[in-house]
Design a binder for this molecule. Structure first.
Ligand code: ADP
Ligand code: MG
Length: 224
């Protein structure tokens, strides 16, 4: 049984002037330990597909099964709980909470889980060590470089031990050296058995995937 199974997924945005078909009949199976890259021009549906995979958006047609469970029928609370249990999200713009320390940012998903303070801190420190930020735990986000902030955001995504890690243009705001570090972290996460899906414009990123896909006006195709 695949980890993820999208069967005929479509996402239609109904608008007064013209309907937008952000996704059109997408079929996709993903397994543990894959690193899948997703490319395509602006507006082709990349973010929409990641949001559907991450339970941040609901398709208007088709079926989504995660770990064998049909997640299409879940209500908002059940979706949030499923997300907190199994899905990590990394954004281009980091989205760290500015007034919290790096350690507190990384602990946040565990706060929502109701985990005890000491356990949270221990897990957060382990993830921060894994991304090379052990000496930055007490800093605020604006005291870190962009590359360091993104590594902290990745630690926050990994602290729940997700089965699915989704990243939307994670190196878009980073220099080459910082981007290379992020890629090596994704490679290690994949090797540990997590399924990683990365949306990217960067050909270097696209080349590290075990499989590559491209979106063209909402239609998914295998990347050339
Ligand atoms: P990409 O990430 O590849 O740039 P998106 O997934 O963000 O593309 O968008 C795909 C299409 O869906 C675009 O035409 C976009 O304008 C449209 N779209 C995205 N979000 C909305 C929304 N909330 N309402 C209406 N149209 C949207
Ligand atoms: Mg996008």
């Amino acid at each position: 049984m695949p980890l993820v199974s999208l069967e005929g997924i479509s996402r239609l945005y109904a608008r007064a002037d013209a309907d937008v078909r952000a996704l059109e009949d997408v079929w996709l199976d993903l397994e543990r330990g894959e690193l899948v890259t997703l490319t395509g021009p602006s507006g082709s549906g990349k973010s929409t597909l990641l949001h559907v995979l991450g339970l941040l958006d609901t398709p208007t047609a088709g079926r989504y099964r995660l770990g064998g469970e049909d997640v299409g029928g879940l209500d908002d609370d059940a979706r949030a709980a499923q997300r907190n249990r199994s899905i990590g999200f990394v954004f281009q713009a980091f989205h760290l909470v500015p007034h919290l320390t790096i350690a507190e940012n990384v602990e946040l998903p565990l706060v929502y889980r109701g985990q005890a303070r000491q356990d949270r801190r221990r897990r957060a420190l382990a993830e921060l060590e894994r991304v090379g930020l052990a000496d930055r735990v007490a800093h605020r986000p604006d005291e870190l470089s962009g590359g360091e902030q993104q590594r902290a955001a990745i630690a926050r995504a990994l602290v729940i031990d997700p089965i699915l890690l989704l990243a939307d243009e994670p190196t878009g705001n980073l220099d080459e050296a910082s981007a290379a570090i992020v890629l090596s972290i994704f490679g290690a996460v994949r090797e540990a058995g997590t399924c990683v899906v990365v949306v990217t414009h960067n050909p270097r990123v696209a080349s590290i995937g075990t499989r590559g896909y491209r979106l063209d006006r909402g239609r998914l195709e295998v990347a050339p």
